[in-house]
Design a protein around this ligand. Structure first.
Ligand code: CA
Length: 96
């Protein structure tokens, strides 16, 4: 299971959604593949100064605030704060 607080390095996942209706019919989605790149806030393929600035501009904000940046909320707790800085520090220098 993915834990954003401890994630280091890239992590690949596949997801298929299965659903049953009330008549017992089952359907499945196509498989979706995705890769997580922890702390690459600016999607540049590396964790560098650009990500530090992105986090700095989002620091202290929550979803209801004007400068909210969901990508800077590295621990997914709806608040950009110190814990997100630590995750960025853990991953600084990573290239994906
Ligand atoms: Ca956070």
């Amino acid at each position: 299971m993915y834990n954003p607080s401890t994630a280091q390095g890239s992590d690949s996942h596949n997801i298929t959604v299965f659903a049953n209706d009330t008549h017992g019919n089952m359907a499945a989605s196509n498989m979706v593949h995705f890769t997580i790149h922890p702390a690459d806030i600016d999607f540049s393929g590396k964790v560098w100064t650009g990500d530090v600035f992105s986090l700095r501009f989002a620091y202290g904000f929550r979803p209801e605030d004007g400068n909210w940046n969901e990508d800077a909320d590295l621990d997914c707790n709806n608040h950009v704060w110190t814990a997100d800085v630590f995750i960025l520090r853990q991953n600084y220098g990573n290239e994906y």
